[in-house]
Design a protein around this ligand. Structure first.
Ligand SMILES: Cc1ncc(COP(=O)(O)O)c(C=O)c1O
Length: 407
């Protein structure tokens, strides 16, 4: 077998949930979970564990789990594990840091958000700006192409901009903006770049320093792990920030940003998810985890691109179908509407056929409205590491039947 071979049958075997029989296109909302992740969670909960410490084996276990999870996320994002912050969700981490960062802003300051983004990377900044009297400036994407060109961000960045918040990939239409170019624009005026990597991290190999992002948030439940959120930033940058915290809790970085006791079982599951991703392609086990992630993500991208091309070809033949995922660089996440069919009806009819493809705006509220789809949104189909050709056929056949392209 070639060193980077992507064996989807082998991968699927690790997902007990797939044995229930549905074809899952709901990964952008939350992926299914491999057995190794579930086992890591269970083993943590059934082992002796207490708060982090060095005295008892239970304390040492908790400590080891935290250290290992930071290391795993460091490998996944190509960052210093000392700058990995765990939280309840990406939304919660963004609100938390928005409050912290904006405490230093005033009425002369500006923050830039984009209409391509999930509301989790808009509303925390809008509300934080409101609190301190700062101005919000909006970068618009082109609804026809789905592109957010760096110039659209540049047009609203001024020498008053303190922070630019933008997505690494739209969870609604998949668009992946040119982050290094946006970083250059932000940094040229001394602004920080906050990137929502929640959707992107599941599909493309992330190298946070290469993107130019100062902050990167993501959520392991989108990339085969458990439900929690992760923030990555350089430890030196985190040292300059002082979030609200309890008096007796650690003031060290990154702990000072982590409110309350960490969910150790979910951290163990996160490490297992990163390990699973590293082994998606059969790579040389003696290589570093980062090196295996590089190879595995290359194979994953190829796998998803091939399936996406097959799906798009079938969809193009469906009468009345409009596809909104048209950007040059994008994830395998498609948003469509079909003339004469309510997206919720399409979703329900697909569900009857054992195909899970949800419909809505998926909290990409501004994005959906900017596309002219209002709160209704469309039908979203997302590929995941376990998607296979049979899933694609079931989805396409289902849509053909429902939309009258096939009798
Ligand atoms: C692009 C994007 N950003 C943010 C979020 C919110 O993530 P969380 O549930 O971890 O707060 C989501 C969830 O769907 C998302 O897709």
């Amino acid at each position: 077998m070639a060193p980077s071979a992507y064996d989807v049958d082998r991968i699927r075997w690790h997902f007990p949930a797939l044995r229930e029989g549905a074809a899952h296109f709901d990964g952008p909302g939350g992926s299914q979970v491999p057995d190794t992740v579930a086992t890591a969670v269970v083993e943590t909960l059934t082992s002796a564990i207490s708060n982090r410490g060095t005295v008892t084996p239970a304390e040492r276990r908790a400590d080891r789990i935290v250290v290992e999870a930071r290391a795993a996320m460091g490998d996944l994002l190509a960052v210093d594990p000392g700058g990995i912050v765990f939280g309840r969700s990406a939304t919660e981490l963004t609100f938390h840091l928005a409050r912290t960062l904006s405490s230093g802003w005033g009425p002369d300051d500006e923050v830039v958000v984009s209409r391509l983004d999930h509301d989790a990377n808009i509303r925390p900044w809008v509300l934080a700006a409101e609190t301190v009297g700062a101005t919000v400036r909006w970068a618009d994407f082109d609804p026809a192409t789905g592109e957010l060109p760096p110039e659209a961000v540049g047009a609203v960045v001024t020498d008053r901009t303190r922070l630019v918040a933008v997505t690494a990939a739209s969870n609604l239409i998949g668009t992946r903006p040119d982050l290094p170019a946006i970083a250059e624009i932000a940094h040229a005026v001394g602004a920080l770049l906050w990137v929502d990597g929640v959707h992107a991290t599941a599909h493309v190999l992330t190298d946070v320093p290469a993107t130019g992002a100062d902050f990167w948030v993501c959520s392991p439940y989108k990339f085969l792990g458990p439900h929690l959120g992760v923030l990555a930033a350089a430890p030196e940058l985190l040292e300059t920030l002082h979030p609200a915290k309890l008096l007796p809790s650690s003031d060290a970085v990154p702990e000072r940003f982590e409110l309350g006791t960490l969910p150790y079982e979910l951290l163990a599951g996160t490490t297992a998810a990163v390990d699973f991703l590293a082994d998606l392609a059969l790579t040389d086990p003696s290589l570093s985890r980062r090196a295996r992630l590089v190879t595995s993500f290359a194979a994953l991208e190829e796998h998803e691109d091939t399936l996406l091309a097959a799906l798009e070809e079938r969809l193009r033949a469906i009468p009345g179908l409009t596809a909104y995922s048209n950007a040059r660089r994008r994830t395998p996440t498609l948003l469509v509407t079909v003339e004469g069919h309510d997206p919720q009806d399409l979703r329900a009819a697909l569900a009857e056929r054992g195909v899970n493809a949800p419909a809505g705006n998926f909290y990409a509220w501004e994005c959906s409205h900017h596309l002219g789809l209002g709160a209704t949104g469309g039908l979203r189909m997302g590929l995941a590491p376990y998607t296979n050709a049979d899933d694609i056929d079931r989805l396409a056949t289902g849509l053909e039947e429902i939309c009258g392209a096939r009798r």
